[in-house]
Design a protein around this ligand. Sequence first.
Ligand SMILES: [Zn+2]
Length: 534
Amino acid sequence: MTWFTDADLRRLAGPKSYERGVAYVDAVGVVDELPDGVVATVEGSESYVVRLSGKRSLRGECTCPWGDDGNFCKHCVAVGLSLLAAQPVRRRRPASPPDLRTYLESVDRAALVDLVVELASDDPALSRRLSLRAATHGKPDVKELRRLVGGLRARGFLPYGRGFDYARKASEVLDALDSVAASHPADAGPLYLTAIQNITRTLEQADDSSGSIGDTLRRAVSGYAVACRAAPPDPMKLAAWMIDIQVTGPGWPDIPIADFADALGPDGLKAYRDRLAAADPGGWAVRHLREQYLKVIAKDTDALVALYAEELPQSYRYVQIGTTLRSAGRPAEAINWLRRGRTEADRPDGRIDELLAELLTETGAHTEAADLRWHMFIRQPGPQSHRALLDAAERTGTLPETAERADSHLRELARAGGYAADPLVEILRTSGDIDGAWAAAVEHRCGPGLFWQLTVARAETHPAEAIPGFERQTEAAVDQKNKKGYAEAARLLTELRSLHERAGSSAFPAYLAAVRQTHRNKPTLMATLTKAGL
Ligand SMILES: [Zn+2]
């Protein structure tokens, strides 16, 4: 019945997991047969699903964290051992599961309560869920909720796999706080505060590359904002907390001032501004908070411009100043700053030119806009700058001569060799002139990626000319020497066959035979080709 031995289990698991697995044999529950092995549940602090498979060589998978990392864990060992011992008796799952609902409805209420309490005592997750319901039923049980929020405190480093469990737990607690906040916001506020603190600490010592813990932290902050709006706390304390946690914290959470403005009220906002003014102005966090305050609360364009101007001549600050003045309806000033930026910025920045060109167009300075677009095109010739140039030329009534001038510039560039023809080819290709792009690519050469895109487009109308490109691409796919590359090669060869047909050529069988002959020692490739009917 089994296709492995005790020695296999020892070898795959290693001595430690093997030993632990021995202790788990009794925890193995239902075992079901699968075409290629078995699937079984193992009950522990939580219930895990184990799958042993691979009829020739044993493979084990398990839903526990250790198994999740690809290890042959103690649960796999336990299932393996119970199969070797042919116990527990292997049971097939009954065809239709018993009707649980009908059964439970028939059970006496007191017995049902006993049953659920007993289940909860063995299952921390169920116990937490029931406690949260109990504590938020009717008048909130603040003491119990405080205990549950305390359970979100970090205990040591949290590796990637455990982060999801933690986030789920935190979400359940936040669900409970949200329901308390709806009826008793003043009780919910301090609980959110502790939750924010605990989740922040946890995040400092967790691998949260999935972002799930960060999401719960943002959720806790929004929950707190809602509670504060309904039952505003002391505005001075709230203002101090908001500044301190962001300025001295690890970089999170982000506390959006807009969400708390109502709760702060005029006094709180003044306290917020004063505390911010007193903070060390050099740090990134303080600058960010000042910016947010000026943008969202004070809506003070001049102060915002002054803030950005503190960091000139950083090129991006000119862009921010220009953007701010533009959205304040002050385009003339924006244009002046951006013109300055073009000469004064610490390094050339395409975003300065782009914003300036847009503003010039918006204010009707079409000739200057067209000049600028020409410079931008020369500096970075490509489909986008070319399109913008022609649009600007259209507005000054100089489209034909500008298009002509741009074309000769691109052809001049192309003569330099290398891949200098790429902009010309790319611009012709994206404007739909495939014949022109093809002629330019053949005359000057262009980058391989671009040439391949062009070949695919060319194949539509001129199959014969596309054949050499498809052959090169096929050889490159085979050279990857892996399954993916071989599958790609088979796909390309199939296309090649149809290209030959459409070109009226009978050379495909000879080409295919040559490929097969050259690569006859690659059995996987040969099998892939055969399977594709090649
Ligand atoms: Zn496991």
